[in-house]
Design a protein around this ligand. Structure first.
Ligand code: SIN
Length: 349
């Protein structure tokens, strides 16, 4: 009788091992954000981001274990308003290691929503390999009534294990939609339906545990545009915001503080106020790269339309808004100071 029980247990263990060997291995890198947020009231927007550890977040969604073997790793535990270059470089390097590992099939990154589009874009420019990399967050903390984190996390893992996600570059999954990293933008400060891709639209959606794609990203994943394996620091690049009656103070301060690049979040099609023009010309004379972008959320900042870019040696950001233009300019400046070459990078977007 005892030997029969041992045999049964051994068979059960073998069955369990075989089942888990069949499931994809998903590595979850946690960085904090509202998805890991905790508050004292379930009905208020007051809470502290990044309080809950990744193990607890995963335990709260046991359904994930039915579709994947999941390993969690806490990289940092911050609100994404505090995201910085060092953490971006750390994440890119770690994901590149995981891309090269035989025991990992896909990566999920939990992240605050405030700067998620910047991190997604940075990773999309610096991570190689075709294994899915899916970023996810939440608009409501884990303690809220109808918290959106658990379903978002489940949908992110669903997307990560879908064969259709292979080679699509870094993806963002929020509120049942799948976005490409290049196009995704946070569009609402508080609503759970906070993300959109105003120029390209969503790539697809997740419904009933299935990722469905309706479009492909313009730039497929695979080869990273920038190799950051030997990079420990990124060049200093700032953003100057355009508005009626703007003063040149911010641009002058960036020149004084030896910024290597300035992104101008212009009005309309990257138009520049007359108060600012001379300061931006001065920046350019000092070798600082000036990128014209727009504070408008959709449409391109196009080359040679409103401004004679060739004459002033300004770069036009095309479809990248100021925050993403800054990311691309920082990475471009690790390679070159040639404004034409840098324009050629922007022309890919
Ligand atoms: C954050 O970005 O960390 C706070 C806000 C959020 O995650 O929604």
């Amino acid at each position: 009788m005892k030997s029969l029980r041992i045999l049964m247990l051994a068979l059960f263990a073998l069955f369990a091992v075989t089942l888990s060997a069949q499931k994809p291995n998903v590595y979850v890198l946690a960085t904090g954000g509202t998805i890991a947020g905790s508050g004292t009231s379930s009905v208020s927007t007051n809470y502290t981001a990044g309080q809950v550890a990744i193990g607890t977040l995963l335990d709260a969604v046991p359904q994930i274990k039915d579709i994947a073997n999941v390993v969690g790793e806490q990289v940092v535990r911050i609100g994404s308003q505090d995201m910085d270059d060092a953490t971006w470089l750390l994440l890119a390097k770690r994901i590149n290691e995981l891309q090269a590992s035989d025991s990992v099939d896909a990566v999920v990154v939990t992240h605050g929503t405030d700067t998620m589009e910047e991190t997604a874009f940075f990773l999309n420019l610096t991570v190689g390999g075709t294994k899915p990399v899916v970023m996810v967050g939440a608009m409501r903390p884990s303690t809220a009534l109808s918290a959106d984190g658990p379903l978002n996390l489940y949908n992110a893992v669903v997307t990560a294990v879908s064969p259709a996600s292979v080679g699509k570059g870094v993806l963002v999954v929020m509120n049942g939609r799948i976005y490409g990293a290049d196009g995704v933008v946070k569009m609402h400060t508080t609503n759970v339906d906070a993300f959109g891709a105003p120029n390209s639209g969503a790539l697809g959606y997740v419904l009933n545990g299935k990722a469905v794609y309706e479009a492909s990203p313009k730039r497929p994943g695979g080869r990273p545009m920038f190799n950051v394996s030997g990079v420990d620091e990124l060049p200093k690049v700032g953003i100057a915001y355009g508005h009626a009656g703007v003063s040149p103070d911010v641009v002058e301060s960036m020149i004084k503080n030896r910024y290597r690049g300035i992104v101008y979040a212009g009005v309309g099609n990257g138009n520049i106020h007359k108060n600012l023009f001379a300061a931006l010309e001065e920046a350019r004379r000092k070798g600082i790269i000036v990128v014209r972008s727009s504070r408008i959320v959709s449409g391109p900042t196009s080359l040679e339309n409103e401004v004679d870019d060739e004459h002033y040696q300004f770069v036009a950001s095309q479809l990248l808004g100021p925050a993403k233009a800054r990311v691309l300019l920082m990475l471009a400046l690790t390679q070159t100071d040639d404004w034409r070459k840098i324009q050629s990078y922007f022309n890919l977007f």
